[in-house]
Design a protein around this ligand. Structure first.
Ligand code: AMP
Length: 116
C-alpha cells in the first residue's frame, strides 16, 4: 500500500488530524478515536509496515522504539504502576481494521482476560 492511501501514514505526515501524545524519530503515538478504555493510545512506526506478520529482522530498531514509546506513554498517562495492555491485532479474526502496524496501549481500568 502506498503512503497516500494509508490512513496512519497520513496521520504521521500530519495530513489528517490526530491527538498526538508522543513522538520519536521512528514512531508517533496518538489517541485512538474510539477508545476502549480510559487510556487508549496507538503507537505507529513512521515508516509504513503492513502488520505484525510483515515484521522482519531489519525492523528491530523501530520495534524497540515502539515499545519504549509505549512505556513512556503509559508513564505519562499515569497507568504504568497499575498495569496496562499492549496489543497488536492481526487479520480478520482479530478485527484488524487499519493496515499499518500499530501497537495498542490500553489501560486505566481493570481489563478483562481473555479478551472477547
Ligand atoms: P485495529 O482494529 O487493531 O486495526 O485498530 C485500529 C484502531 O484505529 C481502532 O481502534 C480505531 O478506533 C482506530 N482508528 C481508526 N481511525 C483512526 C483515526 N483517524 N485516529 C485515531 N484512531 C483511529
Amino acid at each position: 500500500m502506498s503512503d497516500t492511501d494509508c490512513l496512519f501514514c497520513r496521520i504521521v505526515a500530519g495530513e489528517i488530524p490526530s491527538d498526538v501524545v508522543h513522538r520519536t524519530e521512528l514512531s508517533v503515538a496518538f489517541r485512538d478515536v474510539n477508545p476502549q478504555a480510559p487510556v487508549h493510545v496507538l503507537v505507529v512506526p513512521r515508516r509504513h509496515i503492513d502488520d505484525a506478520a510483515a515484521i522482519g529482522p531489519g525492523d528491530a530498531e523501530v520495534l524497540a522504539d515502539m515499545f519504549v514509546a509505549a512505556r513512556q506513554v503509559a508513564e505519562a498517562e499515569g497507568i504504568a504502576e497499575r498495569g496496562y495492555r499492549l496489543l497488536f491485532n492481526l487479520g480478520e479474526d482479530a478485527s484488524n481494521s487499519v493496515p499499518h502496524l500499530h501497537l495498542h496501549v490500553v489501560g486505566g481500568r481493570r481489563l478483562a482476560w481473555p479478551p472477547g
